[in-house]
Design a protein around this ligand. Structure first.
Ligand code: AMP
Length: 258
């Protein structure tokens, strides 16, 4: 059995995970659950798009066997007080800007693994830090679930697909395309321009559009997520970014290994 955990408002990014699961498993389950414990801002939780009827219509077009869309009180009959130790993987980037976020993600994902007992679970590289942290959680819990990573699916203009894109106006959507452009431009200079200078130039490029506010842009080791300051360090590298456009917060990343 394959499990595709989602928060709904499905788009082609989610569908790519569903298709990978249906191609690799006899049974595919998709969960749709806007998990309250992973939101650190009430406003973000409340404005998160919810479209269960549309989601069910979309999933009906695929050989999905189970849709699991429980009410929150079924998942958390009493408050979940478990605290996970991610060995520091959660202290930077998303973890730094969204305190408690990854603990909430681990709470819900571990609950779903217990309830659904999948053999494989599908996670998008769109949420790169989340994928690395879930792999760590699975190791620590000695869970037998295999975590399958899936590449980022993008709009034609390069914007990484996200349920939150629905909250953008047409103008903001145009501005948001600059995020992918910035990553692409930075990648062209990877290994040539020193990392701190490249980070500075990239943020400068993003802020040429006054709608964009960069929360972080880091070039990290893709195993331990440590921010890098030299290209000479061994191992895979990834550029990770979070940008705010109005009230909408978008994340993206790109493989910078060479
Ligand atoms: P979400 O509903 O945003 O929690 O996402 C559910 C799963 O879909 C996560 O594993 C995400 O990383 C993945 N996902 C979301 N957007 C994309 C995308 N554009 N490309 C690939 N995977 C994605």
């Amino acid at each position: 059995m394959g499990l595709v955990p989602t928060m709904g408002s499905l788009h082609e990014g989610h569908i790519s995970l569903v298709e990978k699961s249906t191609s690799q498993n006899g049974i595919t389950a998709v969960s749709i659950f806007v998990n309250p414990t992973q939101f650190n801002e009430k406003q973000d939780f409340e404005s998160y798009p919810r479209n269960l009827d549309d989601d069910l219509d979309i999933l009906a077009r695929f050989p999905v066997d189970i849709v699991f869309a429980p009410p929150a009180k079924e998942i958390y009959p009493k408050p979940d007080t478990r605290v996970f130790d991610f060995g520091g993987l959660d202290r930077i980037m998303e973890g730094e800007h969204r305190p408690g976020h990854f603990n909430g993600v681990a709470q819900v994902v571990s609950r779903f693994f217990e309830i659904i007992t999948p053999d494989r679970a599908y996670f998008g590289e769109k949420d790169f830090q989340q994928m690395v942290i879930i792999r760590k959680m699975v190791l620590d819990l000695k869970s037998s679930v295999r975590i399958i990573g899936c590449p980022i699916i993008r709009e034609e203009n390069g914007l990484a697909m996200s349920s939150r894109n629905r909250l953008l106006s047409a103008g903001e959507r145009n501005s948001a395309a600059r995020i992918h452009k910035a990553l692409t431009l930075a990648k062209e200079k990877a290994g040539e321009v020193e990392i701190p200078r490249l980070i500075e130039q990239t943020i400068q490029f993003l802020h040429e559009d006054p709608r964009l506010k960069t929360e972080y842009f880091e070039i990290i080791d893709d195993q331990n997520l440590k921010p890098l300051s030299h290209w000479s360090s061994a191992g895979g590298k990834r550029a990770c970014i979070a940008v705010k456009i109005g009230n909408v917060r978008l994340i993206d990343n790109m493989d910078f290994s060479f």
